[in-house]
Each structure stands twice: as C-alpha cells, then as structure tokens.
Design a binder for this molecule. Structure first.
Ligand code: FNR
Length: 366
C-alpha cells in the first residue's frame, strides 16, 4: 500500500501491530495532553516564505558534536524495537547508517549495543554514528559498566535522560495489561557483567528520584564521551546543564510519556535558546511529523531534531527499509520546504520565516 506521509505509515503500522503494542508505542501518560500538544503546536506556527532569492538547491548536510549528518534529523532513543520487527534495533541501526544520520540507541533496546554497532558498521561500511542513551542507575558501578560497553563499540556520545525520576503513568498500558516484554526478549544492555560479582542476569531499569546534578558531575569524570542531557524543558535547567559541562541539550518532554501537561517542546524552545545562547548545540524532539516541523524547529534555534514514534512505525512496517522510508520522507519534505521558503541551507534558518505574532508569543512566554 502506498504511503504519502508519516501519518499514512502510522495507520498502516497500526493495522499490523498487536493492539497493546501499538498503544505502548503511541500512548503517553495520564490524559495524553502533552502527546497531542507536541504535534498540534507545530501546526499553529505559520510560515512566511521568502521569494525570488535565487537560493538554488537546498543543502541539508550538517555537523553535530563532530558527527557529519546528511540531514539534521536524528533517530531518538525508543525502547523495544523487537516488539515491532524480529531484527529490532539492528534494522534501525542499518537504516540510520545508510541514511547518514545518528541513531541514539536506547538503554532499553532489545538488541545488545554490541550487536547494534556491528549491524551499523556493516551497513555503513566503516564508521558509524551511534550515541547511547542511559537512565543513570543508582548503582553507579553498574552504570559505569554499561557506559564502558557503549565506549567499547564506538558510541561517540552518552545521552542522559533526565526527565524520568519515576515512571510516567501510562493508562493505555495499564488497561491492556502491558507491563513486560514477552519471553525471549529482554533489555540486553541491562545484563550484568558475567565476570566478577555479576551473574549475567538482566536487571530492571531503576527510575530514581535521588538523582541530582552531582551524578552528572560523576558522569563527566568517568567518561570522555560527549554528554547530552535529554529532557530539559526549564531555562534554569538549561543554564545548569551548561554549568555542569553538558556538550549538548535535547529539549524533550519524552513524547508526552512522563509528566503530562508539559507544554509542547516547540513552544519551550525559544526560552532554552536564550538560556544556552549558542554555547552548545541544541536539539529538540516531540511531535516532528513533517519536513516543515523540522524547518520550524531549526528556524527557532534548534541545531537538529530527533524523531521517536515515526521510527517505530517504520520498523513495524518493514524493518530497515521501513525506517529508511521514514527518514527519506522527512528528507524530501524538508528539502521541498526549504526551497519553498527560499532557503539554501539548513544552517542559516532564522525566525523571520515564521509568522511574527507566533514568534513574539513564543519568545515572550517566559
Ligand atoms: C520513548 N522515549 C524514550 N526516551 C528515552 O530516553 N529512552 C527510552 O528508552 C525511550 N523509550 C521510548 C519508547 C517509546 C515507545 C516512545 C514512543 C518513546 C522518548 C523518545 O526518545 C522521544 O523523546 C519521543 O518519542 C519524541 O517524541 P515523538 O517523536 O515520538 O513525538
């Protein structure tokens, strides 16, 4: 069946997936206000294209923390890809590699990071662009062992998810009785080391309200990898991230799966841009479904965006080819949006392309 948009892909993926798995992927916490806001907020921002600028073909390439990307769209970390396709995160990694973008591998991936990296390397024919997402575990010794695994396979950044001091309440999952992975699948990155005291058993992820900026200081000392803080929404936290040596910040409300009624990330972006003031790269996720959404985020000051659910629809539909289709759709839409706006590059987008009223509203909100 033909698909013309990411939304078409979602409809098709929903037909294929077990309804409880679809709900796990699509759903959010509580009333899912934030899930809906993330997407709706992009639609409210009007574009004001420029004309007759002789811009020529649009350039989509960019660099981020030393990684070269064919476009400013990353694969954000999402758990449990094997629920969608037998190849799971291997398929996703191959698509990221052939598309020329970064895959942020979830700590809760159902394929071990070593195998994900091998798949990515084989598909890329060499160097890969993998970042590794972690939830800092209160057992710092175990956390360090997981970081060492990510380092050993060549991940170039650790993405610390900081918006999860406890688990969001997802009522779709509660009503479906969806709680654990089926037999034969587990979070391979949570396997205890076999040597020393470890038993090789799989740990459960601990979401800890004890975590603090001290733990980010600890992380800074134990690894030389770049550190990206994912889940910053408050400008004061953006300033603290700078002070604690973060190499980048990812503005995210976890796709509306943690605290419900956090505003749409695109509405939060301008205040974070002000706080960061160009000192480190800024990323955004949440509700990106169109090339025009990517363009709006970049025009408001993001260096790149990440996508979550659309990747899962791609995995569910056709594994590697499905994820590649998702990324290529966004690439083609972004390309067209840039040209229609009279822009020649993703690197020089400015807020003057957006409706003045909306920009003023967004920028004075805080
Ligand atoms: C997520 N997200 C997520 N984030 C994270 O840091 N670690 C994780 O393991 C997961 N797992 C996860 C599973 C599923 C099913 C979803 C939908 C999301 C959040 C994710 O990285 C991202 O912040 C949002 O998905 C972005 O919003 P969109 O693109 O899905 O609207």
């Amino acid at each position: 069946m033909q698909a013309f948009s990411l939304r078409d892909l979602e409809v098709q993926a929903q037909r294929r997936l077990d309804p409880a798995v679809y709900d796990y992927f699509a759903g959010g916490s509580d009333d899912e206000v934030t899930v809906r806001s993330n997407e709706a907020a992009f639609a409210r921002i009007g574009l004001l294209p420029r004309v007759l600028r002789g811009a020529g073909p649009a350039e989509l390439e960019t660099t981020l923390l030393g990684c070269r990307l064919s476009m400013p769209v990353l694969i954000g970390p999402t758990a449990f890809h094997r629920l969608a396709h037998p190849e799971g995160e291997r398929a996703t990694a191959r698509a990221a590699a052939t598309t020329g973008t970064i895959m942020i591998v979830s700590m809760a991936s159902t394929v071990a990071i070593e195998e994900v990296a091998t798949a990515a390397r084989e598909a890329a024919g060499g160097e890969t662009n993998l970042w590794f997402q972690i939830y800092l575990q209160p057992d710092l010794g175990f956390t360090e062992s997981v970081i060492r695994r990510a380092e050993a396979v060549g991940c170039s950044a650790i993405v610390v998810t900081v918006d999860s001091p406890t688990f969001g309440r997802r009522e779709r999952d509660l009503s479906n009785g969806f709680s654990d992975l089926p037999p034969g699948m587990c979070c391979e990155n949570l396997r205890e080391p076999m040597n020393g005291n470890g038993s090789g058993k799989i740990r459960k992820i601990v979401f800890s309200p004890e975590l603090s900026w001290k733990d980010i200081e600890w992380l800074r000392k134990v690894t030389e990898l770049k550190i990206v803080l994912k889940g910053i929404v408050h400008p004061e936290d953006a300033k603290l991230a700078l002070r604690h040596g973060a190499d980048a910040v990812l503005v995210s409300n976890h796709g509306g799966r943690q605290l419900d009624t956090v505003p749409a990330t695109i509405e939060l972006l301008p205040a974070i841009v002000n706080a960061i003031d160009g000192r480190i790269p800024l990323l955004l996720d949440g509700g990106i479904r169109r090339g025009t959404d990517v363009l709006k985020a970049l025009a408001l000051g993001a260096d790149a965006v990440a996508i979550g659910r659309p990747v899962l629809w791609g995995v569910a539909l056709a594994g590697e080819a499905g994820v590649a289709q998702v990324l290529e759709m966004l690439r083609s839409e972004l390309n067209r949006a840039l040209t229609l706006c009279g822009c020649s590059s993703v690197r020089d987008l400015t807020p003057d392309l957006l409706q003045v009223r909306v920009v003023e509203e967004l920028c004075t909100r805080r």
